[in-house]
Design a protein around this ligand. Structure first.
Ligand SMILES: Cc1cc2nc3c(=O)[nH]c(=O)nc-3n(C[C@H](O)[C@H](O)[C@H](O)COP(=O)(O)OP(=O)(O)OC[C@H]3O[C@@H](n4cnc5c(N)ncnc54)[C@H](O)[C@@H]3O)c2cc1C
Ligand code: FES
Length: 270
């Protein structure tokens, strides 16, 4: 897996900050020995010491510093509720860093990041990592959400050269989806870049690839799928690839999560 050790760690909750009615920033003290994860890696969190819920829950790494591991958590069900209710001083089991691929760096070129909902998390990790490594020129974030309540505020404003927001109901920013917004920004010449990175709902990523990606030299995306094992064993998280021969189904958890978006057979993936 991209040359990185993975492991099981006990991590202490160091902070829990409310970002919106559904979203929290959960900060863990970086466990001793936790490897230097790269943008696109994720962790699988055991949110409870009891057997319920049984399965670990996967979360993109939103940031990893010398001292902290940070996750962006939207409460959607029982597992994320328990994680969202974590208190400073609680301990949780974390497996990671997981994922077999990471975002290739922009090599000093301008980059557009499209983050739909909590797909924002790996976009922030990428932008922060490359800023620290001085490996990007201008970085533009398009953050799309259903409503202004679901937009994630201004906490990542300084991570990008410029942040653009859109809402489906027009309650804040551009009135419409993130892909249409990017199309209009490119058309108006408001932004130009050669690298496109994305994470968000499958429909958004598919639309980006089919409608906008020809304006860029490359489009890499971190996909999400419902996961069980998280390490490529159960084959429960596969996506269809365009490969002519050999493997046709790729496991998001171990063959990804980051894919060249042109390699996904979007027409075969619901
Ligand atoms: C690689 C990866 C990275 C992720 N990163 C983040 C992140 O940074 N922040 C974040 O808030 N969430 C992220 N998720 C989604 C997160 O794992 C789920 O929201 C969580 O597991 C839900 O658990 P639950 O018990 O609260 O809800 P459940 O009861 O398990 O599910 C509640 C609802 O959410 C849906 N759901 C569950 N998992 C997913 C999924 N993977 N994709 C789409 N819908 C799902 C279910 O179908 C159901 O409708 C990521 C998922 C993957 C696979
Ligand atoms: S979750 Fe088991 S193979 Fe991906």
């Amino acid at each position: 897996m991209a040359g990185i050790e993975k492991g099981l760690f006990r991590a202490e909750v160091a902070g829990n900050e409310k970002l919106s009615s559904a979203c929290r920033l959960i900060r863990f003290a970086r466990p001793e020995g936790f490897p230097d994860a790269k943008p696109g890696h994720f962790v699988a969190v055991r949110v409870n010491s009891s057997p319920v819920p049984l399965l670990r829950r996967p979360y993109s790494i939103m940031d990893l510093t010398e001292t902290e591991l940070v996750l962006l958590v939207k409460v959607v069900g029982p597992g994320s509720r328990l994680l969202g209710e974590a208190e400073v001083g609680d301990w949780m089991d974390i497996a990671g860093p997981l994922g077999g691929t990471v975002f290739p760096s922009p090599d000093g070129e301008d980059a557009v990041f499209v983050g739909g909902g909590t797909g924002l998390a790996p976009m922030i990790f990428a932008a922060r990592t490359w800023k620290r490594e001085k490996d990007s020129a201008n970085t533009y974030l398009i953050h799309g959400a259903a409503t202004s309540e679901e937009l994630l505020g201004t906490f990542c404003e300084e991570d990008f050269t410029k942040v653009f927001r859109s809402t489906m109901d027009g309650s804040e920013g551009f009135n419409g989806d993130a892909v249409s917004f990017l199309q209009s920004l490119l058309k108006d010449g408001a932004i130009s870049a050669s690298k496109l990175y994305s994470c968000g709902p499958a429909g958004m990523v598919k639309s980006l690839e089919l409608k906008v990606s020809t304006r860029f030299d490359s489009h890499y995306t971190s996909l999400e799928a419902v996961m069980a094992c998280g390490v490529g064993a159960c084959r429960g998280c596969t996506v269809p690839s365009r490969e002519e021969e050999g493997r046709k189904l790729m496991a998001v958890c171990s063959d990804g999560t980051v894919f060249d978006a042109s390699q996904i057979a979007w027409e075969d993936w619901e």
